[in-house]
Design a protein around this ligand. Structure first.
Ligand SMILES: Nc1ncnc2c1ncn2[C@@H]1O[C@H](COP(=O)(O)OP(=O)(O)OP(=O)(O)O)[C@@H](O)[C@H]1O
Ligand SMILES: [Mg+2]
Length: 296
């Protein structure tokens, strides 16, 4: 698969902060590539450099094996982390306005269908709910059939149903072979949508691969979680059985032999109310890599 974007040793330094500290990756054409990480990891800074909005301190960005030129802007669509919509006009007028900027935009009916905007087409932009607003912003980012779309935390703040609706829109754009670069701090979202993920923290990439490859590399077995072990165990982790660690007020154990591990927890006299066993996910991986919870 050929790369649509290649990034080499990209750095962005501000006076007192290094927001992006030397990142290198290739994005193959047609995939959904996820940049994951907690607040302040450097995700927005990284994609704004790739978008051409922010000048890098150093490093190189290549689009289809050539340096980025003026035509790049026509080939990409951008949904910023926060964007003001024009006020006092409707969704329909907004779509028509943005479509008028391009030589060969999608028709109004096509974009309304893709982004499910039919119910709100005559509503004033100021009256949109969070989820409706995100759908309109996505429509504006893809109205000109871009080859590459940047979505910066498109589902932050949406309720679970609105997030799920948004995910199906993203799947639909992906099915048209449009490449997507997505930032998120929701690991479930990344696991579902992304073909490859780069996990970022403090301006660096800690790991980069397909979600399943990363999980296979770091885990075998299941994660046992004890949500309410008893305060003495949290105060003095030395009292925990071998292999168990205290984290965010609960106790966790990664185990190949669930029955044996639970027996050890029982023998140590932990309170096992609410105990759960699940297959490790990207959230667990992030905890393992950084030692801290994503949304702490
Ligand atoms: N213009 C700026 N001047 C100084 N520091 C900045 C500037 N922009 C970003 N930073 C800092 O760079 C770091 C990375 O910020 P960035 O916005 O890229 O993080 P992020 O991963 O997108 O976080 P979030 O999930 O909160 O959106 C942060 O510490 C931030 O405070
Ligand atoms: Mg950001």
């Amino acid at each position: 698969m050929s790369s649509i974007i290649s990034v080499r040793d990209l750095v962005k330094r501000y006076r007192t902060v290094t927001a992006v500290n030397g990142i290198t990756f290739d994005v193959p054409e047609g995939i959904c590539f996820g940049l994951l990480g907690p607040n302040g990891a450097g995700k927005t800074t990284a994609i704004e450099m790739i978008e051409g909005i922010l000048a890098p301190t150093s490093g190189e960005i290549v689009f289809r094996n050539a340096p980025i030129d003026d035509r790049f802007k026509e080939k990409v669509g951008i949904q910023f982390q926060s964007t003001a919509l024009p006020e006092f006009i409707t969704v329909r007028e907004t779509l028509e306005l943005f479509a008028s900027f391009y030589p060969d935009p999608r028709s109004l009916s096509e974009i309304v269908d893709i982004c499910s905007l039919g119910d709100i087409i005559d509503r004033d932009n100021r009256k949109l709910s969070g989820g409706q607003r995100q759908r309109l912003l996505l429509a504006l980012a893809i109205v000109h059939r871009p080859e590459l779309v940047f979505l910066d935390e498109p589902t932050t703040g949406l309720d679970p149903q609105a997030r799920r609706n948004f995910w199906s829109l993203i799947e639909r754009i992906k099915s048209e072979r449009t490449t997507i670069i997505l930032t998120t701090h929701y690991m479930d979202e990344a696991q579902l949508l992304c073909d490859q993920v780069a996990i970022m923290d403090h301006g660096r990439i800690l790991e980069l691969d397909t979600p399943q490859t990363l999980l296979d590399r770091h885990f075998s077995g299941a994660v046992i979680r004890v949500p309410d072990p008893g305060s003495s165990f949290l105060r003095d982790p030395a009292t925990l059985p071998e292999g168990a660690v205290a984290r965010d007020g609960s106790v966790e154990m990664v185990s190949d032999r669930v029955d044996e591990s639970i027996r050890r927890l029982l023998d140590a006299d932990l309170n096992l109310d609410g105990l759960s066993v699940h297959k490790p996910d990207l959230e667990d991986l992030f905890l393992k890599l950084t030692g801290s919870s994503l949304r702490a």
